[in-house]
Design a protein around this ligand. Structure first.
Ligand SMILES: [Zn+2]
Length: 152
């Protein structure tokens, strides 16, 4: 009888050790996969314009939108995804656009710049001073935000 109990104990102990080994291997593989996922940026195509403009505050402010009568969208759409992706940048943002007229985007770039994210914008030199261009806001924000103008 005592041999049976001893064998059962050894079997249970072996099972416990084996399951712990499998769990540790799973944790290491899962951790490595998470690191690899972070190294490679997500690729996604966003189409514009959205039917309703996204609420910048709702998607980017720490406390969300405080306006009870907000007329902007709190549903996820292309612009809200762009807001979210820009705000998730930790080291750098590089944007190549013909012209920036969206003041919300310009404000987010400036906000990222103030957080220490290096922001570089490549834009067309003839579009810098067109009505509605937000490049002047970005220039005003100063270094290290830089604007590289495209020359033909
Ligand atoms: Zn809102």
């Amino acid at each position: 009888m005592s041999t049976f109990i001893l064998r059962s104990g050894v079997l249970i102990l072996s099972f416990g050790i084996a399951s712990e080994i499998v769990y540790q291997i799973y944790k290491r593989v899962n951790k490595r996969n998470k690191i690899n996922r972070r190294k490679f940026p997500k690729t996604e195509v966003l189409f514009f314009p959205d039917e309703i403009v996204a609420c910048k505050a709702y998607f980017t402010d720490d406390y969300g939108c405080k306006n009870p009568n907000c007329r902007f969208s709190h549903e996820e759409n292309s612009l809200s995804k762009l807001f979210t992706y820009l705000m998730s940048a930790r080291t750098s943002i590089e944007i190549c656009v013909f012209v920036i007229t969206c003041s919300d985007l310009a404000e987010l770039l400036i906000k990222s710049h103030k957080k220490g994210v290096v922001v570089r914008v490549v834009t067309d030199n003839e579009q810098v001073d067109v009505p509605g261009s937000q490049i002047w806001k970005l220039r005003k924000a100063g270094n290290p935000l830089s604007i590289t103008q495209h020359f033909y």
